[in-house]
Ligand binder design. Structure first.
Ligand SMILES: *Cc1c(COP(=O)(O)O)cnc(C)c1O
Length: 424
């Protein structure tokens, strides 16, 4: 293994956070620069015609890569040093064999779905999904002849099985897309259980690809590949980027399905640019610190909200008690409750709006996972496109507010929420 890909000392495997500053980057290739420079270049000069030929053979899959052969740099839509270092480092958190980064979370999701789903197939998915993903599936893919079959997050695997059997009958089940915890309700989906169910309903020789959008808890607090998922998807715009200054996405998994995803990325041109890659490299160095601070703050905020007389109910994984039907799944699948919560305030939409308009420190904006605390109103913003009766079924009421807790001092966040709740 190359010197710059050492991931253990004396047989002891180093943790991802210890490797985010160094792994996968060789300073000697860049004048000794301690940080990976931005390789703002579209194309790469081959040292010889033979080298160019060899790089293309590997890139196009015309032959297998030799045991010590490095993938040659060809053109920045295929690969780029900033992206390669970033992909190596991102893989460490999820224990993935391979990673591909994209210019947005939607680019990652769309490329992954289009890699595996064909007209006539069934795409099984949890509900609610991220609004953009929902639109892609229920408008665009449906028009292409793909049949989306949804099930509500929080439903037991047995009930999922009962509700979908007939709807799948006779068609090929080619992919499963799970979002857990669900946005904004924090309902969980059993990744292992749904994955097993899907494989039992699919073709044994050509099993469905199980994908998990892990944006909400990953890559720190949930590792879907360890629960039987084939691919993990991220909007890296959220926690991974973490500073509300870059749009990006990622897809990770075993080498085999990832090779197919990378190929389509090359030909759809959804590859991230070097500047986005560089920003994410910088963000990864503080990922664990940020996500840990946000999670600690969220626990205080959830406790404060659940005791407040004007708050009707709080959806936060850290508040699930032992008796709750999702508790054992939470313990098996999640390593922490994360930093996203939703709650209902008194007074319906008017009460929620008075609260949102009265906040000072927390910013009224969609997106999540950033250093600043963000609030939004799902029923009229992120989930405005969902039919009202569907929203009700999902538990998204006009009185609901979603909160993504940032890294500010928790007492300052609570003070802001407290004074805004006065306005309700
Ligand atoms: C934001 C988000 C996306 C889309 O990502 P972009 O980077 O905005 O394209 C997908 N899934 C989830 C869960 C998200 O929160």
């Amino acid at each position: 293994m190359s010197e710059y890909k050492i991931d253990r000392i004396g047989g002891k495997v180093l943790r991802p956070e210890s490797l985010m500053m160094s792994y996968g980057y060789d300073p000697q290739l860049s004048e000794g620069a301690i940080k990976c420079p931005i390789f703002q270049t579209s194309t790469f000069v081959f040292e010889s015609a033979e080298a160019g030929k060899a790089y293309f053979e590997v890139a196009l899959g015309l032959r297998e890569k030799g045991p010590t052969e490095e993938l040659g740099l060809i053109y920045s839509r295929l690969n780029n040093p900033d992206l390669e270092v970033l992909e190596d480092r991102l893989s460490l958190w999820d224990g993935a064999e391979a990673c591909a980064v994209f210019e947005s979370g939607m680019a990652a999701i769309a490329t992954a779905l289009l890699t595996f789903v064909r007209p006539g197939d069934v795409l099984l998915h949890s509900e609610p999904l991220y609004g953009g993903t929902d639109y892609l599936i229920n408008h665009f893919l449906r028009e292409l002849g793909v049949l989306p079959v949804g099930f509500l997050a929080g439903t037991s695997v047995r009930d999922v099985e009962e509700s979908i059997g007939e709807r799948i009958a006779g068609r090929r089940l080619s992919a499963v897309l799970i979002e857990t915890p669900a946005n904004p309700t924090n309902q969980l989906v059993d990744i292992e259980g749904v994955g097993r169910l899907a494989r039992s309903l699919g073709d044994a020789d050509d099993p469905p690809v199980v994908m998990v959008d892990n944006t909400f808890l990953g890559p720190l607090w949930q590792h879907p590949l360890r629960h039987g998922a084939d691919l993990v998807l991220y909007s890296a715009t959220k926690f991974i980027g973490g500073h509300s200054d870059v749009i990006a996405g990622a897809c990770l998994g075993r080498a085999e399905p990832m090779a197919a995803v990378r190929t389509l990325r090359t030909f759809m041109g959804t590859t991230a640019g070097p500047w986005s890659g560089w920003l994410l490299l910088r963000s990864l160095e503080t990922l664990k610190m940020r996500m840990t601070a946000q999670m600690k703050n969220a626990r205080y905020v959830a406790d404060f909200l659940s005791d407040h007389p004007r708050v009707l109910c709080v959806n936060y994984l850290g508040l699930l008690d032992e008796e709750h039907p999702m508790h054992s799944l939470y313990r098996a699948q999640c390593l922490s409750p994360g930093s996203l919560l939703s709650f209902d305030v008194e007074g319906g939409e008017a009460g929620a709006f008075r609260f949102l308009n009265a906040l000072h420190l927390a910013k009224l904006a969609v997106s999540l996972g950033s250093t600043e605390t963000l609030v939004e109103h799902p029923a009229s913003m992120t989930h405005a496109d969902v039919a009202p009766e569907q929203r009700e079924r999902m538990g998204i009421a006009p009185s609901m507010v979603r909160l993504s807790v940032g890294v500010e001092h928790f007492e300052d966040i609570v003070a802001d929420l407290e004074q805004a709740l006065e306005a309700v």
